[in-house]
Structures are given as structure tokens and as C-alpha cells.
Design a protein around this ligand. Structure first.
Ligand code: ADP
Length: 397
């Protein structure tokens, strides 16, 4: 059986076709530059990669190009070979605590949440609606970035603001990267051979966007991203936590709300601190003595350590800490710097294991460490495919 996973963003659509129940990837690819004059389709086959210029494309044209290419490249014979489609949807608000099969009500709830995720939900919804027309009668599933965090208790998701803001304006912590934190916590539990409902883990998703999650007894207990993905850790170009009064000070200094929003999302974080948002470049600059890069690295690490310390105390017991995302999976120096700062928790890293740059998930702590340190390659698409399979095909058999 084949399951298509789609991540329909505003300017790109990523896709992966899976074979189930084997959970193997048949093909993956992307249409990029949607909305620009020259959209590009890339398909990665086992021994070949295909690139095709699509011209000016909207979501309709891009998805049609993907499904047509699957047929013309002999990956599937016809569209009905796809048994179900799983969509990444960024914001499920308070309504969705799990993935769901998409119907009219689900679509209208995703639409209701556009106010909370204006940059993401409209493109996610477009992908759903276009696929509905392209593959009539094939079930579609929405998997929400926020759903995993719906187990967080009010004392951790309510901000200390006038309470009407929560009840009337839905201002609260929602958290994001939930599909990744869910996958990482379950994978880590298996590696540690501890049942998930007895497992306490802190998962670090460190990509361009970065967040950290405390998972207690297998459920999200607290997380660093908030009402939007701007809160929390220092990210590639997002500030993470700052004093909110900085915004009002800047407004009095003549900055507009739009300027500040764009600055906090696109010109801050690592990029704001040292003009680079790629950790590889920052590491190179540090080795050539660049002081701004060193300070950016230290601030990035310090924020992570602060959150781990707070979560460790809040959860009472931590079995494992997981490093993931492009930085967590690949940066030896970030894993080392974070772990070295965690000595008060009894954490010690094994430098040889940490150096190992194969792609396997692996433990990287030393024998004496009180908490397991694990490097795991996150796989949000597989998690979406699994949820899609669980809610559609495996339900029918
Ligand atoms: P996204 O959030 O866009 O999905 P990724 O999870 O792919 O991002 O992470 C991208 C980041 O991972 C890059 O910006 C880079 O900082 C970091 N990265 C990737 N490879 C390495 C590496 N070998 N060493 C250090 N950092 C890396």
C-alpha cells in the first residue's frame, strides 16, 4: 500500500511516497519557488534525480505536476494506487489533540486557525483542497504540529496576561514541532528499552527553527515554542525569548509593528548575532577566531542549557536527552558544549561516540552518565505516514 505525505508550504511543497506496512520510502521530492516565475520540480529516485522546470506555478499546478510525474516516471500506474494522503498542518489550535481524517468540519477548523498561523495554515489548506480534486475518494489525514502538545497542563500553557486574552482571543502556549518531538520521544524510549508511558525525556529539535520539549511519561509536559514559533530557543533567524518591552521601546523609536515582526523572525537569532544562520559556517568562523560567531554559539548553547535545567527540575527525573534536527544531528561541537554544561545533572558525554559521524541513531553518553544522551535523526514525514496509515488503512483491515 502506498501513502503520500505532503508538506504544503507557501512557496514549496515537499512530498514523500511510502510503502506500508514496510514503512519504506519509494520516492521523495519537492516543488520549490511556487508563486515565482520558474517553479522547479525535483524528484529523488534511488539511482537518479529528476529536475523539471514548471514555469509560473500555483499549488494546483505544482501538485498536478507531482502526481503526473509519479505516473510518467512509472512510480505508480495510476493515481488510485495511492491509498491515502497525509498532510502536515501547522496549527490545530485547541481542537485537535491527534491526527484526524479530513472532512468538511476539519477543513473549517483549519481555516479558523488561520488567525493563529497566518503564514502556514492557508498553504496547508490549499494543499488539502487541491488534492481533494486530484484524488477523489482517497482518504486524506491532517497531522498537526501542535497536537502532541495538547497534553500540556494549563499552568504551563497559560501566560500571565489578563485572562480574557485566553478565553476570548485564544492567546496561550500551543507549541510546535510536535510531530518531531513525538517521533523522537518514542524512538528514544525504544532505544532505552523503557515503556513510553514510564519514560521521561527532553527532546531537542535544533534546525533552522529550534524547540525543546519535556516529555513526561510519554506525553508532552512543556515546550519552548509558544503561541507562535517565535518563543523559546535562539534559532537560525528568530530571536526566541526576549523582554517584550523591547518591542514597545523600538516602536517609540520609530519602528513599525511589521518591521519588528520581520526583524524578530528573519533578522535575529544566530543571523542577527553574527550574520550567519548556518551552524557549519559559524563553527568555521569560530575556528578562525571570529568573536561574533563565538558569542552567537555561546548564546545559542546557553539558552538550551537554561531550558534543560528548568525542565529537569520541573519533571523531577530525566531518563534521556535527545539531540536532533540539522544541528542536533550533525554538530559535534553543539552536542559537546551543551552536554558539558549539564555536569550538575550528572551528565557526561563520551567524546569518541560523539565524534562518530555515521547517520545511525546512537547513544553518545559515557558509562558514568546519569542521563542517556542520544542522537536521533528526526523523521516527521514517517510519523505523518504512520498516523495516516493508523487512521485509514489499518482501521479498515
Ligand atoms: P529546517 O529547520 O529548515 O528543517 P534542518 O533541520 O535541516 O532545518 O537544519 C538545518 C541546519 O542544520 C542548518 O542551518 C545548519 O545550521 C545545521 N547543519 C546541517 N548540517 C550540519 C553540520 N554538518 N554541522 C553543523 N550544523 C549543521
Amino acid at each position: 500500500m502506498k501513502i503520500l505525505v505532503l508538506n504544503s508550504g507557501s512557496s514549496s511543497i515537499k512530498f514523500k511516497l511510502y510503502r506500508f506496512p514496510q514503512e519504506s520510502v519509494i520516492v521523495s521530492g519537492e516543488v520549490e519557488k511556487i508563486g515565482e516565475d520558474n517553479a522547479l520540480l525535483h524528484i529523488n529516485l534511488e539511482n537518479e534525480s529528476i529536475n523539471e522546470e514548471l514555469g509560473k506555478s500555483d499549488h494546483q499546478k505544482a501538485l498536478k505536476a507531482i502526481t503526473t510525474a509519479l505516473i510518467t516516471k512509472d512510480i505508480i500506474k495510476n493515481i488510485d494506487e495511492i491509498s491515502a494522503v497525509g498532510h502536515r498542518v501547522v496549527h490545530g489550535g485547541e481542537h485537535f489533540r491527534d491526527a484526524v481524517v479530513i472532512d468538511e468540519e476539519v477543513k473549517s477548523k483549519i481555516e479558523e486557525n488561520i488567525a493563529l498561523a497566518p503564514l502556514h495554515n492557508p498553504a496547508n489548506l490549499k494543499g488539502i483542497k487541491v488534492m481533494e480534486n486530484l484524488i477523489k475518494n482517497i482518504p486524506q489525514v491532517a497531522v498537526f504540529d501542535t497536537a502532541f502538545h495538547q497534553t500540556i497542563e494549563p499552568l504551563r500553557y497559560i501566560y500571565a496576561l489578563p485572562k480574557d486574552l485566553y478565553t476570548q482571543k485564544r492567546v496561550r502556549r500551543y507549541g510546535f514541532h510536535g510531530t518531531s518531538h513525538d517521533y523522537l520521544s518514542k524512538t528514544a524510549a525504544k532505544m532505552c528499552k523503557i515503556e513510553i508511558d514510564k519514560f521521561n525525556v527532553i527532546t531537542l529539535h535544533l534546525g533552522n527553527g529550534a524547540s525543546i520539549c519535556a516529555v513526561k511519561n510519554g506525553k508532552s509536559y512543556d515546550t519552548s515554542m509558544g503561541m507562535t514559533p517565535l518563543e523559546g530557543l535562539v534559532m537560525g533567524s528568530r530571536s526566541g525569548d526576549i523582554d517584550p518591552a523591547i518591542i514597545f521601546y523600538l516602536m517609540r523609536e520609530g519602528y513599525s509593528a511589521e518591521d519588528i515582526e520581520s526583524m524578530l523572525n528573519k533578522k535575529s537569532g544566530l543571523k542577527g548575532l553574527c550574520s550567519h544562520n548556518d551552524m557549519r559556517e559559524i563553527e568555521e568562523l569560530i575556528s578562525s577566531g571570529d568573536k561574533d560567531a563565538k558569542l552567537a554559539f555561546d548564546i545559542f548553547v546557553d539558552r538550551i542549557v537554561k531550558y534543560i535545567g528548568a525542565y529537569a527540575v520541573s519533571m523531577s527525573r530525566v531518563d534521556a536527552i535527545v539531540f536532533s534536527g540539522g544541528i542536533g544531528e550533525n554538530s559535534i561541537s553543539v552536542r559537546k558544549a551543551v552536554s558539558d554544561r549539564l555536569k550538575p545533572l550528572g551528565v557526561t558525554i563520551d567524546d569518541t561516540l560523539n565524534l562518530c559521524d555515521d547517520k545511525n541513531n546512537r547513544f553518545i553518553h559515557s558509562k558514568s552518565s546519569k542521563i542517556s544522551l542520544i542522537r536521533i535523526k528526526t523523521d516527521e514525514e514517517l510519523q505523518i505516514a504512520k498516523s495516516t496509515y493508523r487512521l485509514t488503512i489499518s482501521n479498515q483491515s
